[in-house]
Design a protein around this ligand. Sequence first.
Ligand code: GLU
Length: 466
Amino acid sequence: MPKVVTRFAPSPTGFLHIGGARTALYNWLYARRHNGSFFLRIEDTDRARSTDAAIKAILSGMKWLGLDWDGEAVSQFDRAARHQAVAEEMLANGAAYKCYASAEETATLRAQARESGAVFRGDMWRDRTPDAETTKKPYSIRIKTPRDGETTITDEVQGAVKVHNATLDDMIILRSDGTPTYMLAVVVDDHDMEVTHVIRGDDHLNNAFRQAQIYRAMKWDMPVYAHIPLIHGADGKKLSKRHGALGVDAYAEMGFLPAAMRNYLLRLGWSHGDDEIISTEQAIEWFNLGNVGRGPARFDFDKLDSLNAHYLRQMNPANILPMIENELENTIETTLSDIERKRILRALPSIVERAKRLPDIIDASTLYCNMRPISVTEKAANMLSEQGSLMQDAANELEAITDWSTEVIKAAIMSFAQARDLKMGTVMQPIRAAVTGGAPSGDLVELLEILGQKEVLGRLGDQANA
Ligand code: GLU
């Protein structure tokens, strides 16, 4: 087998959306699986719609996802001269011809064809010889598509798909202003970059039949195609923003980890038995085109959340802290002190148990910062006004502790509860309310221990005096 070469070829007309990210991932995995190359080609031939901001978003989205490409990203626009040369070559060898129809004429003929239900082939000039006057006019170059027979695409996902050539048009490959069309540029670039496998959304399947005509005309080998079914929303409808058709940057902002995103996108359209959690290393070993699903995948935020929670739990707290630090400092409106940093590092394993996304971790971490007096929810305030004296007595008990550790704190609360014939939970409630202000929290004794005696007594005191 020749060396595998894949590519991701986004048009920079918007952000790197979730469908594009999945396409990129599959191409990347396929190349890595076969020790091949993975190229990034920016399809910026449409000058009116391509923007630098979109190019930046694509590059940063790819980097965030951890999908590295070989060599420099290629600009399709920069290769226009080569595309023109191929169009000229096709003209010279009779595979293409000059079309002198003006834009208006073409539009009229197209509209007429549509009205009569005929295929618009654009072949007005296919068998016509221009007179001397006409040859001075601008012309576009159209490909001479065979009228007979069929074109078959043997697709790794869709199987063998056929069209009658009679339904295909003589598409323009070079416009009258000398610019190449997208169809031509894609084929020339894939050929020149020696792309062996084209993995892309199945919205491009129809293009493949037209692109096949260029391969045939140039006697170039066609790549292997794999057209992947598009992603739908959880309700089975076409993916919209509401369903999660957002840019990769939005997922980063929502607090998803790149590893979780890769795992999620992998499973969104590809499977390996019942495996749900598949690390990237494992994916590189397993990824194939045969297991790409044939039906549209459904985007499901709950699944993404549960994968994200899994990958968060796998992480070392020391690596999580840098990911949340900036946001956390914005939230607490000051820089983190060493003490706070240490507390958070110790609390992270249990915080992460209860978190799905990074903002959950940020929220939970604020509890470990010095933010006195802390804000108190109405529910916690009610609890405190009912149980104020109990909390005060418990505070005295905690103040008396001389060596602050989970065992000692626990024993102190327990003996305090027993002495009053109360359940431990009953005593804990007002302490929790005062220390957390009613914010969700895990194990109270662990929280007290990590916060330290001084901070705990301070918070209890703030509420006793409130
Ligand atoms: N530029 C096309 C797009 O963004 C992809 C073309 C291809 O993969 O062949 O949809």
